[in-house]
Design a binder for this molecule. Sequence first.
Ligand SMILES: [Zn+2]
Length: 583
Amino acid sequence: MIIRFLPLKNIFFVLSIALLVSSNGYSQVEPVCGFVATPEAQERFERLLPQIKKYEQEYYNKSLSRSSTAISSIPIKAHILRTSSGTGGLTVTQLNDAIANMNAYYANAYIEFFLCDGINYIDDSTYYDFETNEQSALTSGNNVNNVINIYFANTVTSSDSGGGLCGYAYFPGGPEVILMDNGCAINGSTLPHEMGHFFALYHTHGPSNSALTTELVNGTNCDTNGDLICDTPADPQLSYSNVTGACNYIGTDTDANGDTFVPDPQNIMSYSRKECRTLFSPQQYARIYATFQTSRNNLSCPSFNVAFDANYTRDCSNSLTVNFTDSSVGATSWQWDIDGDDIIDYTTQNPTHVYNEGVFDVTLTISNGTSSLTKVYSELIEVGSNPINTTQLLFTLTTDNWPAETTWEFKDSNDIVLYSGGPYIEGTHDFTTFNETFNIVADECYTLTVSDSYGDGICCASGTGSYELKTLENVVIATGGDYGFGEETYMSNQSLGVDDYFINNKISVYPNPTNTVLNIKLNQNSNLPDGYKIYNMLGQLIDAKEINNIGHLKIETSTLNNGMYFIKIFKDDQFTSIPFIKN
Ligand SMILES: [Zn+2]
């Protein structure tokens, strides 16, 4: 076992190691992860959060088999550092085992990693024992664009602290580079851990390695503090001194409420003992998946890559014909699942498909005769829209304190802008309400687009702005404010009225996370759903009840084990699924 020293972060850390050595003679000290969340990376991540939340929801839907569960292939370039005479370095077997081990975890996030164009050996004793200030010199001549460049070194040392590092990685926006210490690369948990950072996961103890997490033990601020993940318990920063060899936490730290921390020493994104780290939580997997969809979807191997174009991806009527054009590299055969049901629909290179109403994943798997690659394009095709039946729409917009970021457009099916507004004037139009009237005709489709140039919407973090679109008859079609860079609403003005129970009711559940009781919230309490079913993350049915009166909307949850669940709420032949967490 390689022995190295921790970077000297703070007195407490050093003291706790000294005590450990003197009390039981235990002298093994493991290097830590060198990841630090920069303010830029955190800001970028927070701007993307609304989109990430959308894809996390999509991930939960996948778990209920409502869309493609195919696994997308992501290219890795392996750079193995050796001495100038070509000795040392990770072996091919060790590399393949490390990737296979990592793939076993990431399959739960519907992604896998493959080696792109073999291994790049770098025989240079300067980099064999790598120091972090050598990164740009090493990577500038070796990096392959748009793949994950992983450099495997004999040792990795922090140039700042002089301490040994197991590895480090960057959030989206940073270099597509991961540095790994060879000993840590094969320990089973550090490579999945660093890849977790690459997909925007924080340490479970939060963005700082020196300050105690502000995440509370009771879970009330889990969405905005610590690792911003709610199904990982608050973590006071695990270490080899407060986690036993049997992987039990023995620390006594308390949070701001005086509650004793109950962290999870098994979580891969913690600083627990390397051999104890064997789990990602469901929401961590959801975030990996969402970050892949929003920030890491551009990765492609130059010699072997799966990709395609679609001539149309959206239509507000109830039918759409789409021509797919393969743009893969190195493919000799093709398998298309064009509607996300995990069934191969076409094996031609450039299929054409007629869609009916719905939202569809499109998955293409290509083969070059010896290996295959898959890519899932989540919710690529959207057919259909909100049915409306009116002659006029009423649009109300209230700006936040950054009105110059806000614009909106109302277009018809030919993409002609009929009405628009913004950017508004900073200092003059702050917190101002604008009312607009749109005249519309029957049997035509319309799109409302509301945008924010900074990407933080108009409510919540940045103020109290909001918008609403409703018909002359007061039926609300769209409303919101927390929309990141923007959102679109599609509507078709039909001659016939259509009653969509779930659109009109906007069902939600609260509190979430829940402890003893979960409430179903409806807009129209007089018209109850038929019933509900509760499933766990494995899709197993846990509970099912009919709803006959308002009292049945209050669900007893104290008997549920802690963890993530879905509640599926039924009305006639329609349903909606909402994830919730039991703490
Ligand atoms: Zn880390």
